[in-house]
Every structure is written in structure tokens, then in C-alpha cells.
Design a protein around this ligand. Sequence first.
Ligand code: ARG
Length: 574
Amino acid sequence: MLFGDVSEELTRRVVEALHHVSDMEPSGALVRASSRSGVDYQCDLAMSLGKRLGKPPREVAADIATRLDVADIAEPPKIAGPGFLNFTLRTSWLEDRTTALNGDPRLGTAVTARPRRIAIDYSSPNVAKEMHVGHLRPTIIGDAIARLLRFAGHDVIPHNHLGDWGTPFGMLIEHLLDERPSGPYTIGDLNGFYRAARSKFETDDDFATRSRERVVLLQGGDDDTLSLWRHLVDESTRHFTQVYELLGIDLSSEDVYGESFYNPFLGAVVDDLTAVGLTELSDGAVCVFPDGFRNREGEPLPLIVRKRDGGYGYAATDLATVRYWTEQRRVNDLLYVVGAPQAQHFAMVFAVCRAAGWLGEEHRAEHIGFGSVLGEDGRAMKTRAGESVRLSDLLTEAVSHAAAVIDGRGDLSPEVREEVAGAIGIGAVKYADLSGDRERDYVFSWERMLSKNGNTSVYLQYANARIRSVLAKADQELTGVRITLGHPAERALALALARFPEAVGSAIAGHLPHKLCTYLYETAVVFSRFYEQCPVLDAEGPGVRDSRLLLADLTSKTLTLGLSLLGISTPARL
Ligand code: ARG
């Protein structure tokens, strides 16, 4: 075994050995990376097994160890403490592995043996509203998760669930007809429209009535109404696409499956739920009360599928969405990257779909929630005027802050400068969003995210650019070079580089991109220790310089691939 996930491989070997000792079938990761000195991996299985077998854990560990065949990878395992099995990888194996990794574009990461077809809903802004800071997280996190899953070999289908249907469009279209704005209008105008329409709707009864009638016309398929509606959607989509391009997000207009797309399926959703006896009438609305959902008073909670006025709401559309993707598009998994406040909505939608048979045993549906972006005052992030921060303003600001970071660099041409500022600024915004546990809120701070020290993308981009400049200085062909690990700092770096597949695996397993960030940061730190302790260009001894150059090259490849899986680019020069 030269490629692949080391902890997975050691786990496999432990399970094999275990078959000789007991008939238990443990699951999950039994062998984990360790940061203790002299220990690369550790297994604590003997402790839980000892209890069940009624044997001292150290004895169980010894039984496993005698049956364990890891000689090709690791030194004979040691039994430590109450019954840990400690593994130290053979240095010669690490040398073989890192040498071989240089020829592997996947850096040792296997393609999944069980590819799945996965629909992932992310970004999903609302038409006629400019994207604001609240859209950062579903867009950035969703994009990173999609990239990671694709890299693992899954068939990933992104879909952008645009809010492009329903009541607000009645008032928007009426307002548009009242005002008849001349010439092409922008998304910025639309924001103003939206606000004006809203306040008119609240104060002007005649307008409110017309708006309601307009919704009926829209949902009934009236041609003129539809063409005005289309105009609003197209203009908004154009704006979203621009933001995605600026952000380097893999979403295009072809990935748009807005709420309107599911409109033709809504009637059947209600009919079929009713046919299987899942619906109840409550206050004139058609509802489903999925098992296990109750409000604070202990009363069953409804999922409203058809409102009293006959209209369909957000929940009905999501039911139709699940059904469409499992029945018509034959996906195995449905992922929804949507803020934490919608956790209950999705749990209820999934429960109803399970009851209706639209989600079967073979399907997995998961809501991938996340916390909020906070301002430096610890409250929801707002502009000074108290409004939501527009995403396009924020990104422009990111790039100009980044330009200031590289200001002293007179040697960069204006074009390179612009490109680098883009990579740093956008990278910083993305990395700040991805590097913390997604379930938590985080404070948006330019100073912190653009710091050259600490767990930031700028730090990683600089580390990478420094390596590339050392390699450029050496200007040396490295094919056929073999890595040798004489110094402890070299070995530590090789070990970190060998763990790339584990980091990718753990980021994918829980949809937790921050695990990959942490790994990349730690690897860059281990590299800088290596670089302090081991001269590279001035290395002495046969083959040492070549070997160190190759280790440096592999580090750069690892940082580059890792960041690219998060949607962040790595300029060669900074
Ligand atoms: N447009 C919605 C919002 O802004 C998010 C949609 C999420 N996706 C979904 N299938 N419900 O809250």
C-alpha cells in the first residue's frame, strides 16, 4: 500500500487482526492520527473491547498486536498506557510514499469505491433582491462541498433554488407597471423597487388588491404577466452570475432550478399526499402533521402544503423538489446548504417525503446548516445605515484591501497585481468563512482575514509562493529524484504530506470544509519549521538538496490542490 488513506488502511489491518481475536465487527475509524511525539497513529479499540470480552485491555491489545500485519507500513506496534496500540510509520515507507506522490495529481487520494449521485442546493438567493452578506455562506460553503464531493468521484448536480415565485412578484410587477422605468434597469434599481413596492403594498389598498390579482394572473400563466416576470428573473440572474464570477463560484444560469420550476408539480404533491391519507384540513389549509414535530405547547406542528387561498407556499415547493430529484433525476442524495434557522423546515420536509415514499431507504437527505456572519460588534453584520451589506460592495472592498497588502511590491506588473489582489481578497473572504466550524457564527474582520500570520488563506498563499520562488531559484529538473528523510523536521513534513487523503476524507465525511483548512494550515506550519531547520538551496550531502526540493514541491502541490478544493487560487508570485 503506497497511496490512499493511512488511517483507513491501518483500520482495515486492525479489523483483520481482530477477526482472529473476537467475532465483533467494529465500525468507523479505529485508528486515528496522533500528535504525540514518536507516535504517528493510535488505536484505542482494546479499551472498549476489553470491557465487552471481560479481559484486561492491555491483554486484548497484545492479542491484536500479535496478529497484526503492518510490517510493510509501520514499525511493530507498541502497547501503551491502559491499552493503546501505538503506530510509528516506517521512515523508509514515508520516503517511498512521498517520492511516489509527486507523480500523482490526486496526491494519494483514492476515488470513492461507492460513487453516489448527489443533488446539492446552494446559494439560492431571491430574485429582485441584490445579494447581500447573508448569501456568502450558502454560496461559499456549498461550492466547497460540491468541489470536495466531485473530487472524491461523486456525480454532483448543483441546483440553485432561486426564490422566483409567489406573492412578492405580484407587487413587484404591479409596481413595475405603475412606474414604467425607462431603459434597462439594474439589480440596484430592483432593490429600490422592492422596497417601494413593499411600502406601497402596506399603505395603498388598491395597490395591494391589484398585487394579489397579479399573483393569480402569474400563477395562472397569463402571457403579459409572465413576460414581465421573466424580465425580473433574467435581470436578477444576470446579477447573480456576475457575483458568482467575481467569487469564482461554479454556478451558472443552467444550474438555476428556481421555485417556479416546480410550479407544475405542486398540484400532484397535494393530490398524492391526500391519496395516501397524509393530509388534514386545518383552518382551510391543507396540512401534513409529520410524526415527532411539536411546538412548545406540545401540539403537533403542521407543514402547510396548500394555503387557505389555494396558493402554495415554500414547503410545498420543497416537497416537489425532493420528489423531482429522486424520481425524475434519480439522485441518491439530496444536500441543502441553507442557514441553521431552516433546520426544522427541512427536517419536516424530509419526514413527509419519507412517509410519502419520495425518499426511500436508498436515499439520504441532509440539511447542511451554518451560523451567521457577525459584524465586529458581535451583532448581525450591517452597513452604517443599518442595511444589509451588499455582496458586490463587500467583494470590491476585499480586493482593494488585498491590493493594499501587496502595495509594497513594485516589481509586479499592473495585470499581475490585479490578479493577485483578486486571489488574495476573494480567497480571504472564502477562507474566513470556511475555516471555522460551519455551525458557529463568525465575526467578519478584514484585519483578521487578511493577516499574513495565523490560519488564513493569505498565510497559505504566501507559504506557497515562497516555496515556488525557492523552486524557481533552484531551476532544477526533479524527475527521478528520491526523497530521503534524515532530519526529524523532514520526517514530520513527509508525515503531514502523507495525511492529505485523511484530511480530504474527514472534510467530506461530515461536510466540514474547516477540517481541510486546519490540515492545510498545520502542514504550512510544519513546512516552515522544516525550512528553518533544514537548508534547501544550500543543503549539503549527496542527494539532500534534491530531496528537499522535492519535499518543498510536494508541499506546494498539496497547498495548491487543497486550496483549490475550497475554491481558492494560489498565485505563483505574491
Ligand atoms: N431562497 C431561500 C431563502 O433565501 C433559500 C432557499 C433554500 N433552498 C430550498 N430548497 N428551500 O431563504
